[in-house]
Design a protein around this ligand. Structure first.
Ligand code: NDP
Length: 400
């Protein structure tokens, strides 16, 4: 039996449900569970209409381990695809261990009361998963995910040693709103307002938020102002590729977006601690999420494309060379296919491919692993087949 349980019914959950259903020959039964069952039901109905595949639905509070365990025991999935929020990673991993289920996610654990993401909490599960004979695949979205697999693929096929890695993430789309985030606003705002951090000469270098920036040219898009921010795949990549002398992550932001972000911070709406309001305790950033556009619903009028890739410099046969691996994804095409915009699509497709890798036994080994620790080749092949074709350029000016 190749049963899969998807947890989380947001933008990414919508794409995963669609893509898993499109590959229903590889999954015998599909269940979508989340906090709000009506959202799962709406997605399941839409997926049925698009693909003809039926998806079961359930309500679950993923903060609650016993609830998760009883759902897993009842459905008996072989794999859980966690596309709820990073806050739920550890409870879902605990439940997987208790129910004997394999695990995959797209974002590393973050404590609710501290805007900090690190792998240490999930890496600490290594021995438990190993002992249980279960696989945990961490960070299988686009970034982290495909960016880590691009790096592994380049290191395997194009270099003897990789020395410089610049992950470049451009969203040149236009959703027509004055301000909206492309994935969960709370997680997104916590991520992009943090201090910047990159790896150089064996240590982390910290910067003020958005301190380092310059225009980078993206294929099919042109130059866009790009900012160095800390991103979670850097932590595992510098560990797994110790030859790296420098590793950075760049993301494009428009001036309008940055102005909104600054105002949100200045007026205290990005606060993650509780404040008293009308005799009730509320967390400002959670309230903000309730009034901002739902990222899962941005797709309808979204035009333009994303371009995410890895610019790598290293040595091959004693000579320096460069390689730029990237994918461009159209928001309109993503919406046409799944009803979700490009950022949800570029996350949900790789999560589904990770599940395919697991179900085919290609990415299956007891323990907790980041995606670059598996063979990148079959995954790269699937990217071309599942809607995220990639390209590679050699010995071009990397601009970084
Ligand atoms: P959304 O906020 O749109 O969706 C999150 C879903 O999780 C919602 O359906 C929500 O339920 C559900 N959920 C939240 N808390 C619980 C809970 N306690 N129990 C059960 N369900 C819960 O987020 P996105 O779809 O945009 O993002 C999903 C994940 O993907 C996030 O972890 C995000 O960090 C990650 N991501 C990764 C990327 C990558 O490239 N690696 C890029 C983009 C996102 P409800 O509907 O009731 O609120």
């Amino acid at each position: 039996m190749r049963k899969v349980l998807i947890i989380g019914a947001g933008g990414v959950g919508t794409v995963v449900a669609n893509k898993v259903a499109q590959n229903s020959h590889l999954f015998t039964d599909i269940m979508l569970a989340s906090r709000t069952k009506s959202k799962c039901d709406a997605i399941a109905a839409d997926v049925k209409r698009r693909t003809g595949t039926a998806i079961q639905t359930a309500r679950v509070d993923a903060d609650n381990v016993p609830e998760l365990v009883s759902l897993m025991n009842a459905f008996q999935p072989e794999l859980v695809i966690n596309v709820a929020l990073p806050y739920q990673d550890l409870t879902i991993m605990d439940a997987c261990l208790e129910a004997g289920v394999n695990y995959l996610d797209t974002a590393n654990y973050e404590p609710k009361d501290e805007a900090k993401f690190e792998y240490k909490w999930q890496w600490a599960y290594q021995e438990k998963f190993k002992k249980a004979g279960l696989t945990a695949i961490l960070g299988c979205g686009f970034d982290p995910g495909v960016t880590s697999i691009f790096t592994a693929y380049a290191a395997k096929h194009h270099f003897d040693e990789i020395h410089y890695l610049d992950i470049v993430d451009c969203n040149a789309g236009d959703h027509g709103k004055a301000f909206a985030t492309n994935f969960n606003p709370e997680i997104n705002i916590r991520e992009v307002t943090q201090k910047g951090k990159y790896w150089e000469n064996g240590q982390w270098v910290e910067t003020e938020p958005h301190q380092i920036h310059k225009p980078l040219t993206y294929p099919g898009i042109g130059p866009k102002e790009s900012y160095v921010i800390f991103h979670e795949e850097l932590e595992s990549l510098v560990k797994n590729y110790p030859t790296l002398k420098r590793a950075r992550f760049w993301m494009t932001f428009g001036q309008e977006y940055l102005t909104h972000l600054r105002v949100i911070q200045n007026i205290g709406m990005a606060r993650i601690d509780e404040v008293e309001y009308n005799g009730q305790k509320i967390v400002p950033i959670q309230f903000l999420k309730a009034v901002l556009p739902d990222p899962g619903k941005l797709g309808e009028n979204y035009t333009g494309q994303t371009s995410i890739g890895c610019r790598i410099k290293g040595i091959k046969d004693g000579r320096e060379r460069t390689c730029y691996l990237y994918n461009n994804c159209s928001h309109e095409a993503a919406y046409q296919e799944t009803g979700a915009q490009g950022v949800s699509y570029t996350t949900g497709v790789p999560a589904t491919i990770g599940a395919i890798m697991f179900m085919q036994g290609l990415w299956k080994k007891p323990g907790v692993f980041n995606v670059e620790e598996f063979d990148p080749d079959p995954f790269m092949e699937q990217l071309n087949m599942q809607g995220l074709p990639w390209h590679e350029l050699f010995d071009t000016d990397l601009e970084v």
